[in-house]
Design a protein around this ligand. Structure first.
Ligand SMILES: [Zn+2]
Length: 555
């Protein structure tokens, strides 16, 4: 009897220990615990140093970052998963930089003086067609939100002929609290500027002018100006139609424009919130000459792998991603013009490198293969990840999950984790379990209207059907109240986000970066062990892409 009790006792202790191990075998637990915040610091310090010149896509600093990350992968013992048995996946781009001196942009109203716009101050524009010079002399048509969404019975275009015209439109989508209408407060892809440019180009428009309003765009004019002020990149292999002028104007300029057209901007904005809205041709022509410096170049995704232990399941994978690019140097700007991108996204790179080291160092490997990718050209519109999604080293249908890291603030020990979009996938019960194991609560998306889901690389992978989301910290940190974390976030957005001041500082605390790395390790490990590949919840916008990829034997 005593013996039996002892055995029972040992079994119970064994179970308890197993549970404390987050459901991971001892070797995985050990590997996970090796994730080191100071190593993340070292990566951030190195990648955001001035010598890496802001890691611009197609700039020297970006290439240096890619080389360095590949070296780290190699030193950790990862196997190459890029082209020709290398760590690199070559991606070909057009680089387009608008010549701010030679480019002209004028609104010519039927009556009254023409409005000459000043680049950067009043407007920004990129010629997506990659020709060195494009002329526009076209009517200006106001198309409200510029959205055609059959599933919400919304069509701003109403069949209007827009070939060769310039479309003036609002950023974002019709406001709503109804979850069944453009997902209520949450922003859908229809609200993103990328969708708006794509849709207008499909309709043969010559150009798009988005009206910038901080509350609607969820970021200030400086962000637009800085993002459009440098070089923009486009995938060479893309065959979709493109705009001669893809741009934005300041709210005040839009007001002046409306006035010159004998209209009122507030009324125009209000009209756009109705289903009955129809495109309005303004009594204004757009006369523009867009002069661009165009070059072709290559940039690289860096991809390594840790091959799975199960001979059958190793053809399937769990993927981790983080972009290594940032905005580079803006030579035209006075003062500090190096966009170091310490938080965005040297932090994500530091995390993925630690994940790489931990998986490679695990005595026993998970059943499925683990892919780790540092991708390029995120700041150019998620292009490196778009290319990766279309050319994955393992077919997309066989990739169970992508966990992405982007801009994980070095603020200390988080008590909340953000996994927005996870609830859309079948992995969610596991996500909740892992969060519980880590004593982290799941923070709901506090600003669903900002459409974060469509603003980082996991979206590129979701578009090809892979269940994907980003992992980040919430606003509640140990030793502080919620307001502290929220203020930190506000301060970052106002003073450092996409600015040269996003720099490494010694007081940065990478404890939380390590925590979300371990969280992702535990989650990814268990996803790599599950009998089934992950999928999307029924009816989700990406379910179709998943089914299509699984129906094909290609990608
Ligand atoms: Zn980023």
């Amino acid at each position: 009897m005593k013996k039996l009790t002892a055995i029972l006792f040992l079994t119970v202790v064994g179970l308890v220990v197993a549970q404390n191990n987050n459901g991971l075998p001892a070797s995985a637990q050990q590997a996970m615990n090796s994730i080191d915040p100071e190593k993340i610091r070292a990566t951030v310090k190195y990648l955001s140093d001035d010598s890496l010149q802001g890691r611009g896509t197609g700039q020297k600093g970006g290439d240096m970052a890619a080389d360095w990350i590949a070296q780290q992968f190699k030193s950790y013992g990862l196997q190459p998963a890029g082209d020709n048995n290398s760590f690199f996946q070559n991606v070909k781009f057009y680089g387009i930089r608008t010549d701010q001196q030679k480019t002209q942009f004028v609104f010519v109203p039927k009556s009254g003086a023409p409005i000459n716009l000043k680049f950067a101050q009043d407007y920004v524009a990129t010629d997506e067609t990659h020709s060195p010079q494009s002329q526009i002399d076209a009517p200006l048509v106001y198309v409200g939100y510029g959205i055609n969404a059959p599933e919400y019975k919304w069509d701003d275009y109403k069949g209007a002929d827009l070939k060769g015209k310039v479309l003036l439109m609002l950023v974002n989508e019709p406001p709503s609290d109804d979850p069944n209408f453009f997902k209520g407060k949450a922003l859908t892809y229809y609200g993103r500027w990328t969708y708006k440019y794509e849709e207008a180009a499909r309709r043969g428009a010559a150009g798009v002018i988005l009206i910038h309003k901080t509350e609607m765009a969820s970021y200030g004019w400086e962000v637009v100006r800085n993002s459009w002020g440098g070089e923009s990149s486009f995938l060479q292999e893309e065959k979709e139609p493109k705009l001669k002028s893809a741009g934005w104007i300041q709210l005040e300029v839009a007001r002046k424009l409306a006035q010159a057209a004998g209209m009122d901007l507030d009324t125009m904005m209000k009209d756009a919130t109705s289903r009955n809205f129809k495109p309005v041709e303004l009594p204004v022509r757009v006369k523009a000459t867009i002069v661009s410096n165009v070059r072709t170049f290559s940039s690289r995704n860096v991809i390594g792998k840790v091959v799975g232990s199960d001979p059958k399941l190793r053809d399937q994978a769990v993927l981790y991603t983080a972009h290594y690019d940032h905005l580079g140097i803006h030579p035209d700007e006075p003062g500090d013009n190096i966009y170091n991108g310490a938080a965005d996204n040297a932090t994500g790179c530091g995390i993925v490198l630690e994940l790489a080291r931990a998986f490679a160092g695990a005595a026993q490997k998970p059943k499925r293969t683990v892919l780790l990718a540092a991708v390029t050209a995120e700041e150019q519109g998620l292009l490196g990840s778009k290319y990766l999604g279309q050319h994955p080293p393992i077919p997309a249908r066989n990739i169970s999950l992508d966990l992405n890291y982007d801009d994980v603030q070095p603020l200390g020990e988080p008590q909340q984790v953000v996994v927005s979009g996870a609830e859309r996938t079948t992995t969610y019960p596991l996500v909740r379990k892992v969060a519980k194991d880590f004593e982290l609560s799941i923070q709901p998306d506090d600003r669903p209207e900002a459409g974060h889901y469509y603003r980082s690389d996991h979206f590129s992978l979701a578009r090809v059907g892979i269940p994907s989301f980003s992992v980040n910290e919430g606003a509640l940190f140990k030793g502080h109240d919620l307001a502290w974390g929220e203020n930190k976030e506000k301060d970052y957005v106002a003073n450092r986000y996409h600015q040269p001041s996003d720099e490494y500082r010694p007081e940065m605390d990478f404890t939380g970066d390590a925590t979300v790395a371990r969280f992702g390790f535990a989650l990814g490990w268990q996803a790599a062990e599950q009998p089934q590949l992950a999928g999307w919840q029924p009816g989700d916008e990406f379910e179709k892409a998943r089914k299509n990829s699984q129906a094909k034997s290609g990608f």
